[in-house]
Design a protein around this ligand. Structure first.
Ligand SMILES: Nc1ncnc2c1ncn2[C@@H]1O[C@H](COP(=O)(O)OP(=O)(O)OP(=O)(O)O)[C@@H](O)[C@H]1O
Length: 235
């Protein structure tokens, strides 16, 4: 007998329906359906050149699909104009890339504070929240250091802090451990998934790394722009 009420199950926060994307004649996505729940980590795997990054970019509003729909928190978002999608990415989504994409001339706290300041928060409040977030990823002592003065793993933790500081509904990560050694990569992926899902965010992570996928709740395999396999328990 189960005591779990369906109403208490985490909601699907992000979904794609019938997603198709072409680059000229090249098929990026050939009809993908996907959904991810709040607090759930979804790994997207598959051979090189088969549509993983395209799927991430379409779900994140970086690319618009040629067919299909993307819904975020009960709102259709693929048909928003460019300006509205830019605001949506800044306010409701977080991003972690393989190369951390930190600004080299800014210290860690200013890198993390930047998206908040762009969104209108005062510098003082933004830096305060950024330092608090850096402390939560174990980098309180490094807040004043520039990216060039950090290790690869530390820099990626700053990128995670920057992705989470705006309290996003979904965090997208593209090969977040690709530039790190195995031990550092394990720490970084545990931090990313742990910190994001603890806050109730969903995580969508594109990876070639089985050990990263093993830390996710579900794994979606994309071959030739289609879902070839979906593994893992629905939460
Ligand atoms: N900007 C682009 N212009 C033209 N073709 C593109 C573009 N981006 C991707 N493609 C093509 O779309 C297909 C899917 O690419 P995508 O980057 O989504 O694959 P991937 O699975 O993420 O690959 P990898 O694992 O190598 O990163 C490939 O055939 C690729 O060459």
């Amino acid at each position: 007998m189960s005591f779990q009420s369906p109403q208490l199950a985490p909601q699907v926060v992000l979904s794609g329906h019938g997603l198709v994307k072409y680059y000229g004649n090249v098929v990026g996505l050939a009809g993908v359906d996907v959904g991810v729940r709040s607090g759930e980590a979804l790994a997207v795997m598959g051979p090189s050149g088969n549509g993983k990054t395209t799927l991430l970019h379409v779900l994140a509003g970086i690319l618009t699909p040629d067919q299909g729909e993307v819904w975020l928190g009960g709102e259709r978002v693929d048909n928003l104009n460019d300006a509205a999608r830019t605001v949506l990415r800044r306010r409701r989504l977080g991003f972690v890339f393989q190369d951390n994409q930190l600004l080299a001339e800014l210290p860690a706290d200013e890198n993390v504070a930047l998206p908040l300041m762009v969104d209108g928060l005062s510098r003082r409040d933004a830096i305060g929240r950024a330092r608090n977030m850096l402390a939560q990823v174990g980098l309180a002592q490094e807040a004043g250091r520039r990216p060039g003065e950090l290790s690869g793993g530390q820099a990626q933790r700053v990128a995670i802090a920057r992705a989470l500081v705006g309290e996003p509904q979904v965090v997208f990560a593209d090969e977040p451990t690709g530039a790190l050694d195995a031990a550092t990569g394990s720490q970084v992926i545990d931090l990313l998934i742990g910190a994001a899902t603890y806050r109730g965010a969903a995580v969508v992570v594109v990876t070639h790394d089985n050990s990263v996928a093993a830390r996710c709740h579900r794994v979606l395999t994309i071959v030739d722009g289609r879902v070839s396999e979906s593994m893992g328990a629905a939460r």
